[in-house]
Design a binder for this molecule. Structure first.
Ligand code: SF4
Length: 292
């Protein structure tokens, strides 16, 4: 496996208000993206992870894709521009996960030029379900048709860009039929998560309900990658808005485990402070069984 993926949750802020949102972190510091100097320091540390992981775990990662997530990353265009600039200098590839609500032609240009992959979080194609989940701002509710338009626009400018859809299976959508939407979006990957009850139990589903959703979308099994709660635990390399590594459950406790800020202590010291399962990480990014 050549590609190491690092997820940086650049902000907690979002214009939506999903009831099961887990984009909430403890801490007192200002989010790092508001300080261009610290953005640079953090991003220059990240390439060192290749050597740290390859030496410690015998892996053969060759390059890093920095995946920008939130909250909603597109709330901060200036920070994204600075990240793009620093990532280029540090040889990092970039990808992004967005709820799609803030996209416009400027973003289509930026994404087409500087990102190798864009992911859209789409939990439902029905307005009422999106309202019930909280997927909407004061001005409008999420519209799946708008996402399809932007996917087409981005593909026009960047035909080789990776398109990904993320869906969180929850109490309101586990019986939903998203086959037509996925057919039209034609993503390379559809990542389906079981709602992770780490911040709240709101709208959580049973394993059986989760399997129901997967079964109803079997036609897309070649692009589906699904994750139950165990597979999501301690198996992502994740950085929070303050620039700290963090991990999910620790010894069965429903809290995040944090390192010190990477831009303050260096990435090696910060990495040593978290628990990381390289086997689960490998499992996620090697498509041995497409239904996983
Ligand atoms: S769109 Fe994502 S970040 Fe925003 S509230 Fe919903 S789950 Fe949270």
């Amino acid at each position: 496996m050549d590609e190491l993926v690092v997820n940086w949750h650049i902000t907690e802020a979002c214009n939506y208000n999903c009831r099961y949102c887990f984009a909430k972190w403890e801490g007192n510091e200002r989010e790092l993206i508001h300080n261009p100097l610290n953005i640079g320091i953090l991003i220059r540390e990240i390439p060192k992870l290749l050597e740290i992981l390859n030496e410690n775990f015998g892996t053969c990662f060759k390059y890093i894709r920095l995946n920008l997530v939130g909250g909603e990353p597109l709330l901060y265009p200036e920070a994204i521009r600075e990240i793009i600039h620093c990532a280029r200098q540090s040889g990092l590839l970039l990808s992004l996960i967005t709820n799609g609500s803030l996209l416009n032609q400027d973003w289509v240009n930026i994404i087409s030029e500087s990102f190798v992959q864009i992911g859209f979080s789409v939990d439902s194609i029905h307005e009422q379900t999106n309202v019930a989940i909280g997927r909407g701002s004061n001005r409008e509710v999420f519209k799946a048709s708008m996402i399809l338009q932007y996917i087409n626009a981005i593909r026009t400018y960047a035909p080789n860009i990776g398109i990904k859809i993320n869906t969180v299976v929850n109490e309101y959508n586990f019986q939903e039929d998203m086959n037509d939407f996925i057919h039209k979006a034609n993503p390379q990957k559809w990542k389906i998560f079981k709602m992770l009850p780490i911040i709240t139990n709101n709208l959580s589903v049973s394993n059986q309900q989760f399997e129901t959703f997967l079964l109803n979308h079997q036609a897309f099994r070649s692009i589906i990658s699904s994750e139950n709660n165990d597979e999501m635990t301690q198996s992502y390399l994740m950085i929070d808005p303050e620039g700290r590594f963090f991990q999910n459950h620790h010894h069965g406790v429903k809290v995040y485990q944090y390192s010190h800020p990477i831009h303050k202590v260096g990435i090696q010291n910060a990495f040593n402070e978290i628990t990381f399962h390289v086997d689960k990480f490998h499992h996620r990014y090697i498509p041995l069984n497409p239904m996983r």
